[in-house]
Design a protein around this ligand. Structure first.
Ligand code: PXP
Length: 238
């Protein structure tokens, strides 16, 4: 299966916000990422809008021609904006408001009524819904029960363990990917994926539909340039 590369451009917005004007231009950056081969653009508006802002969403929706993926905690405000903008995909994360980055998945079984309502509202607008999860069997079953179309496996722990023992690090993810397959859930992955650990992940997770990568990819672009870097990541996904 071909795995799509969705570039998370939050860190580009972070640099822009540090000076209060439009440099770098987030809209142009998204257009250029697609021109250089990105198959999706991901943004994650956080409650304090320190990265991408809610006001960026309609501007990006207008220019993204591949797949627009908005991630975030489904607060009332987040839901209002996402339902207005109608991205192709919405990835729901369980983050508390002040968290630095998303570092654990949902336990959908503990929020099933809430998630069923939220997912229903998104699907009514034909927005595909992915739930951010740890690679845990009962959580995947619960994601199916609340109506998710896909799950996004949190790969932060994989990335850390990869440095010590990659075969051990991937085990939970191969099991989780088999369960997702049995449950007819599409499989995405993200967090701390980089040029070192992505190839091994892809080789071991045959049903991987999409990865969203931000921090490492944008950091690599400081050395190699965004055009080269998108090519470098995409070559690891075949
Ligand atoms: N997936 C989710 C749900 C995230 O919150 C993030 C970080 O914004 C990513 C993927 C991308 O992680 P990274 O920036 O480490 O590539």
């Amino acid at each position: 299966m071909k795995t799509k590369l969705s570039v998370n451009i939050n860190k580009v917005a972070l640099i822009r916000n540090s000076r209060g004007e439009q440099l770098p231009d987030l809209r142009k950056f998204a257009i250029d990422c697609e021109k250089y081969g990105a198959e999706g653009i991901t943004v994650h508006p956080r409650p304090d809008e320190r990265h991408v802002r809610y006001s960026d969403l309609p501007i990006l929706k207008e220019v993204v021609t591949t797949e627009f993926n908005i991630e975030g905690y489904p607060s009332e405000h987040f839901m209002k904006k996402v339902l207005e903008v109608k991205p192709h995909q919405c990835t729901l994360v369980p983050d508390p408001p002040g968290v630095l980055t998303s570092n654990e998945g949902w336990k959908p079984q503990n929020h099933s009524e809430f998630l069923k309502v939220i997912i229903g509202e998104l699907k009514e607008k034909e927005i595909r819904v992915s739930l951010f999860l740890d690679p845990i069997e009962e959580d995947i079953h619960a994601a199916k029960k609340v109506g998710a179309d896909r799950i996004e496996l949190y790969t932060g722990r994989y990335a850390h363990e990869f440095e010590k023992n990659k075969e051990a690090a991937i085990l939970d993810h191969t099991k989780a990917s088999n369960i997702a397959n049995e449950q007819s859930l599409g499989l995405n992955a993200g967090h701390d994926l980089n040029l070192k650990n992505l190839k091994f992940y892809k080789e071991n997770i045959p049903n991987l539909k999409e990865v969203s990568i931000g921090h490492a990819l944008i950091s690599d672009a400081l050395y190699f340039g965004i055009q080269n870097v998108i090519g470098m990541y995409r070559r690891l996904l075949f």
